[in-house]
Write a protein that binds this ligand. Structure first.
Ligand SMILES: Cc1cc2nc3c(=O)[nH]c(=O)nc-3n(C[C@H](O)[C@H](O)[C@H](O)COP(=O)(O)O)c2cc1C
Ligand SMILES: [Fe+2]
Ligand SMILES: [Fe+2]
Length: 399
């Protein structure tokens, strides 16, 4: 049974949900699933914009056939070659062998690398190129590294639909809904959207900024991403979130505390700090055990809050592995512009504090508080003034 919805005249949503996959990119847990969006434009010519992950290709092909009926598929626009969208290209080429593929030069390198058919009929487009398909004219906007090098966005100049690839996407299935005004985005999607952005696209803030700059010159009426709802109202809301995230600006003044503790002593120190902050009036605090919560959730909150506290035991002369993993992850994602407090711990050769500072020193605009310190095995009376000073310093640096 097909599952098709009209977005606006001549344009159909033909993607679907995946609630079976447990980890996106085999890393990030997606307990609420994900949608793979695909769009079909039916004009004098028929144009498919991206396909879907192989996992939902059966349903996808039914949707394509439902919309096209006996008509051929003339063109396939590939905005992004990652397999969560490119996975069903092989089926499309099999069902519609005459389909002409439109993409950037790099799209075709990847098409070949992933063993899809390439042909003489391929249409290589550059930034700003346009093509008319009848009533609708599509403009191609290169968006390299929003998320991969071949990525582009596509703008329908006749109805204002901007197809944005992974940008403006989110984790979480759509459950039959399609538009942003059919969901409660703030309560149901904002957290998965932030976790999606920060972990998947977060490294490419400058490239997202550049796409947003290009989009600001267009009369955009719809934002149609490859995951999550299509935006047709309140576009400013999601543009504002993306603007902050891609500039690595904190959304909220608040403190993310991430600790790594084998026996609970580092955890107690982290709790002591939280208590002091709350007593000083800062209640916007989120605390995680790095061993327990998947790192993608910690990364997401690191993008959200202005302050980060890392509390870590020393482990074989190193940072406790789950905390180190988190720190290396935000470093790799180019997170910057945060104030960081550190509490180290160790029993005979404590190195965690120093090593965390070394990693933070290689990151941009990470302000490590001088009051950071190390406890030996357990927090004691003599550590109280140090903890108090660290708490004061966090409070003073909040805006
Ligand atoms: C496998 C292992 C390796 C450790 N390596 C070190 C180390 O290299 N240097 C050190 O000072 N302490 C080391 N420790 C000791 C812990 O860092 C120390 O006991 C700390 O207080 C534990 O804090 P916790 O109660 O929060 O787990 C190690 C402990 C374990 C279990
Ligand atoms: Fe992607
Ligand atoms: Fe994607």
């Amino acid at each position: 049974m097909h599952n098709v919805r009209e977005i606006t005249k001549d344009l159909y949503s033909i993607g679907g949900d995946d609630r079976k996959l447990s980890r996106f990119e085999n890393i990030h847990p997606i307990p609420e699933g994900i949608s793979y969006n695909s769009y079909l434009l039916v004009d004098e010519k028929t144009v498919l914009l991206d396909t879907v992950d192989l996992s939902i290709s059966d349903n996808f092909i039914e949707n394509v056939q439902e919309v096209l009926g006996e008509r051929p598929l003339d063109y396939l626009v590939i905005n992004h070659m990652e397999p969560d969208h490119a996975g069903s290209i092989g089926f499309i080429q099999e069902y519609y062998p005459d389909v002409k593929v439109i993409g950037t030069k790099k799209t075709f390198d990847l098409l070949d690398q992933f063993n899809f058919k390439t042909s003489e009929d391929n249409i290589v487009v550059k930034d700003g190129d346009t093509m008319s398909f009848g009533e609708h004219e599509l403009m191609f906007i290169s968006a390299p590294m929003v998320h991969w090098p071949e990525t582009m966005a596509t703008f329908d100049t006749s109805n204002g639909v901007l197809f944005t690839a992974d940008a403006f996407g989110t984790f979480k299935s759509l459950d039959g809904k399609l538009f942003n005004d059919e969901v409660d985005f703030e309560s149901d999607f904002l957290v998965p959207a932030r976790r999606y952005y920060s972990n998947i696209v977060g490294k490419y803030g400058p490239q997202v900024q550049s796409l947003m700059k290009k989009a600001s010159k267009l009369d955009v009426k719809y934002i149609a991403p490859l995951h999550g709802p299509v935006w047709r109202t309140d576009l400013e809301y999601i543009l504002d979130k993306y603007d902050k995230w891609s500039k690595y600006e904190a959304e909220e003044q608040g403190v993310l505390i991430v600790y790594g503790s084998m026996y609970g002593n580092t955890e107690k120190a982290a709790e002591d700090l939280a208590k002091r902050l709350i007593q000083k009036g800062m209640t916007n605090i989120k605390m995680y055990d790095a061993s327990k919560t998947h790192v993608s959730y910690l990364v997401s909150d690191a993008f959200k809050y202005s302050h980060i506290v890392l509390a870590s035991a020393t482990y074989n002369l190193n940072i406790y592995t789950p905390v180190q993993n988190f720190l290396l992850d935000i470093k790799s994602l180019n997170l910057r512009n945060r104030t960081v407090g550190i509490v180290g711990n160790g029993s005979w050769a404590p190195t965690a504090e120093k090593l965390m500072k070394e990693i933070l020193g290689k990151m941009k605009d990470m302000d490590v508080l001088e009051e950071s310190f190390t406890i030996t095995s357990t927090m004691k009376e003599e550590d109280v003034p140090k903890m108090e000073a660290l708490a004061d310093s966090i409070i003073e640096t909040l805006e």
